[in-house]
Design a protein around this ligand. Structure first.
Ligand code: SAH
Ligand code: SF4
Length: 429
């Protein structure tokens, strides 16, 4: 979501004559987009910001300036702390107000030295005022839904991104068409609770994600459709049928379970049991046997016992994941779980995380091994780190590296897989 927001901020700045640069030394303005989801992500911004203070001071000595903007959820959650800890920040904006960047810049120019902060949840959604979207590559993000009303007891999202909001189908199709016209072949639909999308269709009726995807699939240029992140208990039969019937929907699903213990799921305020989660997985696999599954896990949620943790391990052994993201529980200020007295020791969290990741890594390794010797359609969308190599991904969202010139960049081509690991496939075009 933050990558998408950063792209949209670039779209806005382009309308003012700015261009993107990778080199801070050339920049007239630097925007930091921040994440508050875990403490580690949140603290990073203060150390990053510190690195740019000398650059701003040097610029000012030359009689010029470097405008520093901080955007995103850290600002939303800690606006006061922000202004106190980072004195040289000019503009601080929350995730729902970045469309007002032009007017804030204007204000800044008129009232030099006055710092600007905007962390409202405005009544007119930012999507109504954003400029035309432009593809930033062959694979693009498109936010269809934002915010969350679920209030999982560990999570800051409902406080930083605000209440759940679904964009209308018309608005989304307009952006999807703009992206398609400017080079997008693969579309990743985004939402904190993406499968709960319930925007209006063109007749003013409430629609659903399966119907939205059916419409997007009619755009010729869009060859691959994905969506993230889905909430397990919102996974309807219509969505399952969509995976079976619409060929452009890729066989990959990120379906975070968080924990395999029903006691912990309840304390997390997740509204499903491990059995219900497994049931969704089984029905999905029946409808679309080639589907790859990934999940998020939190270990060491307050009061998690060895037995609770073992139930998470058991669930993982049953489901078998192609990919995963696992984290130690991080107490977030203002969330109900942070106030619970039974916090788990850091050392216990570390041991559990290592055990879980060892099992998951083994599964990812086994999952990828099945592709050895097979020929798979791969969408190449960037240069790999290694000189002369390109990086792409398969329908199941597995990374593939090949030695090739740039002629296959932004194309889908068949690759014969010659080597596999837990994270990447290697092959020949
Ligand atoms: N809406 C998605 C998750 C969005 S947050 C869902 O409900 O599944 C992305 C991931 O960050 C979560 O799935 C969770 O695993 C992790 N996360 C969120 N808050 C966390 C916290 N306080 N500590 C550790 N991990 C957390
Ligand atoms: Fe956070 Fe996801 Fe729960 Fe919403 S559903 S509160 S985004 S973890």
């Amino acid at each position: 979501m933050n990558v998408y927001d950063s792209g949209r901020m670039a779209d806005i700045m382009r309308t003012l004559g700015y261009e993107e640069t990778d080199d801070p030394n050339c920049a007239d303005m630097i925007i930091f987009n921040t994440c508050h989801i875990r403490e580690k992500a949140s603290e990073k911004i203060f150390s990053e910001l510190g690195k740019f203070k000398p650059l701003k001071q040097a610029r000012q000595k030359e009689g010029k300036d470097l405008i520093i903007v901080v955007a995103g959820c850290v600002v939303q959650a800690q606006s006061e702390e922000f202004l106190n800890r980072a004195k040289f920040v000019d503009i601080a904006i929350g995730p729902q107000t970045y469309h007002r960047l032009p007017e804030m810049l204007n204000k800044l120019e008129r009232k030099r030295k006055q710092r600007i902060i905007d962390v409202e949840f405005p009544a007119i959604a930012k999507f109504d005022t954003l400029p035309q979207a432009k593809s930033r590559g062959v694979s693009s993000f498109l936010a269809i839904q934002e915010g969350c009303d679920r209030f999982c007891s560990y999570c800051v999202v409902p406080y930083t991104r605000g209440a759940e909001y679904s964009r209308s189908m018309e608005d989304i199709l307009k952006e999807a068409n703009e992206l398609a016209k400017s080079g997008t072949k693969e579309l990743m639909l985004l939402g904190q609770n993406v499968n709960a999308w319930h925007g209006e269709d063109k007749n003013g009726n409430t629609s659903n994600l399966a119907k939205l995807i059916e419409e997007i699939a009619k755009i010729d240029e869009i060859e691959r459709i994905r969506y993230v992140t889905s909430y397990p208990s919102d996974f309807t039969d219509e969505m399952i049928a969509m995976h079976r019937d619409i060929k452009k929907v890729m066989p990959y699903l990120h379906l975070p379970v968080q924990s395999g213990s029903d006691v912990i799921l309840k304390k997390m305020n997740r509204r499903y049991t491990s059995a219900q989660y497994i049931d969704v997985v089984e029905r999905l696999r029946e409808a679309c046997p080639e589907i790859a599954l990934s999940s998020d896990f939190i270990v060491g949620f307050p009061s998690e016992s060895d037995e609770d943790f073992e139930q998470t391990m058991e669930l993982v052994r049953k489901v078998k994941y192609a990919q995963s993201y696992s984290f130690k529980y991080s107490a977030r200020p203002g969330t109900p779980a942070a106030a619970l007295s039974c916090q788990v020791d850091e050392e216990i969290k570390t041991v559990r995380l290592e055990k879980l990741q060892e099992l998951l890594l083994e599964q990812h390794h086994d999952y990828n091994a099945q592709f050895l010797g097979k020929s798979i359609p791969v969408l190449f969308d960037e240069k790999a780190k290694k000189e002369g190599y390109l990086l792409g991904h398969t329908p199941q969202m597995v990374n593939v590296v090949v030695k090739s010139d740039d002629s296959i960049l932004n194309k889908i081509v068949d690759v014969k897989i010659t080597k596999t690991s837990a994270t990447t496939l290697e092959g020949e075009v």
